[in-house]
Ligand binder design. Sequence first.
Ligand SMILES: Cc1ncc(C[n+]2csc(CCOP(=O)(O)OP(=O)(O)O)c2C)c(N)n1
Ligand SMILES: CC(=O)[C@@H](O)[C@H](O)COP(=O)(O)O
Ligand SMILES: [Mg+2]
Length: 620
Amino acid sequence: MEHRILDIIHSPRDLDRLSESDLQLLAKEIREFLIKSISKTGGHLSSNLGVVELTLAIHRIFRSPYDKIIWDVGHQSYVHKILTGRKERFDTLRQEDGLCGFPKPKESIHDAFIGGHSSTSISAGYGMAKAMSLKGDSHHVVAVIGDGSYTGGMVYEAMNNAGQSKNNLIVILNQNNMSISKNVGAFAKYLTSIRMKQGYHDFKKSVEKTLDHTPIIGKHLKNSIRSSKSVLKNVLYNSTFFEKMGFSYLGPVDGHDLPTLMEALATAKMMEGPVLVHVDTTKGKGYCYAEENPGAYHGISCFDVETGNPDVAAQDSYSNVFGRALSRFAGTDQSICAITAAMKYGTGLQHFASRYRSRFFDVGIAEQHAVTFACGLASQGMKPVFAVYSSFLQRGYDQIIHDASIEPQHIVLGIDRAGIVGDDGETHQGVFDVSFLSTIPNITIYSPESYAELEMSLQKALYDHDGVVAVRYPRGSEKISHRLVCKDKGNLVFEKKPGKTLVITYGRLTEQVCRAAEDLPNVSVMKLIRITPLPEQALQTAMEYEQIFFFEEGMKNGGIGQQMMCKLYEQGFQGRFQVTAIEGEFIRQGAVEKVFCRYGLDAASIRETIECGGNCEREN
Ligand SMILES: Cc1ncc(C[n+]2csc(CCOP(=O)(O)OP(=O)(O)O)c2C)c(N)n1
Ligand SMILES: CC(=O)[C@@H](O)[C@H](O)COP(=O)(O)O
Ligand SMILES: [Mg+2]
């Protein structure tokens, strides 16, 4: 497919010489490129289709990398990446050693700040703006943030801080009424209610008409009147929440109308102090399937462009098994409630949501709030279950200690995407939750391997414990040979063989360990299902061995392997104990199996470690 304009764009400054019609053609070519490329690699499609004109306007008006452009979450930064010299690498998107799916300063000087987790852009932007003013640097800082990300609490902390300053900071709020699924909450309602008596476009025209009829005045004075438009608007119209927070407000602007977008951004660029430009866009714009169902095309695997259908039919998943099991328990227990932080489909709660509407809560992208909200429910006798991706739960850590544990509240954490996630890379790997949770007094953590163990663990979490109980499970579907099947609803499975060598693991890695040890006649294997507190039986059994290997799909520091080793040596264990896990680095993107190889956690490497008695040197 020939892209007459796109093929000559290698840096944002190449946009300067394009006519308006060329820019419109470029927008069309970019959409074609995105749909074709993402159909082959997978990725975040609908969000990027929605910001094509917006990104063109931003890079036309601002001078990246001197002006800093920050993308909130950054899943919508593909067009930015295309315009900043990375078009040729798009076939490597989210693959090992390929383009990152989020902004990454290490990847490009045009990526001003890391992306991945939501609602950080205004905080980072204000920090940059403050630094620039202290250094006398007059460049601009632009934070691009979606309406879903605007439900994250950090945004209000940042606005509260930035709004009282006179620092130049431009926030572009991209309203498409979608988070991953439909946006929720009072703020979402407020955004749709913002109806200026006339839109920005008409307002601009009326001011221009006034200016045009005044005696000829110098362009600087005209510009200063233009930049004081927001003052005029405040006088003429009710001020918005943003203005009450100290931001000048421009909008709502049609986010697909390039001339109006560029005018609004040029106006914002001239204004003093913090400014919020409110743009209206359509998520999935320009691809009928994504426009009709933007949520389904938010994060998509490879698909057929003609039909819009994924190349691989959806399989069952740990998330859906969790959601169905929870729905089943909720059918006979009215106290069970389900909570999501804007990830209803990702965490498999759509079953629960449709059947128990009054007991399902989507709190928006607000994991901190979700944890303490759950504690509030629990304090009044409900059984709240918060289903959340491991890396997003990092946002609610203090709440788990302060609100859920010191005075124990019985809440259940369904920790999805626990372990290596693959495509999303460093920001989304679920490898810290075991370390940061297992140190909390009285917490219980299950890490099932199979769907059956997941259901059993959830039932135990609901009915066998007080306080905080976490059940953690990986992204995707179970791919296991069921060699170590839990038959007694116990907290571990132990396959005893002759000899004094024992291999211990838990969760999804069990499959790799079983394949490694399957034809080693003198190696016993133990799979933990409850990992915190360590089952007493596991410690007693381990004491009988002389050589123990512990393999863990998580961080070594603070992991279960280290904890078990410590406990055994404290109990007088005389043998050799070796932990193989991840340490000292964040985990770059790449298929799960490749990442296992990278850290010696694949079956072949595990076998090699066992056979050489832990003395073999590994190339990382
Ligand atoms: C802390 C955190 N929680 C959840 C997510 C998952 N997530 C990624 S994008 C997204 C929705 C973002 O919606 P919006 O900001 O409106 O962007 P749009 O896709 O509509 O452009 C969510 C919930 C995340 N990245 N970070
Ligand atoms: C951008 C973001 O944070 C989410 O869209 C995330 O990429 C979803 O991950 P899964 O694909 O594992 O649901
Ligand atoms: Mg949105």
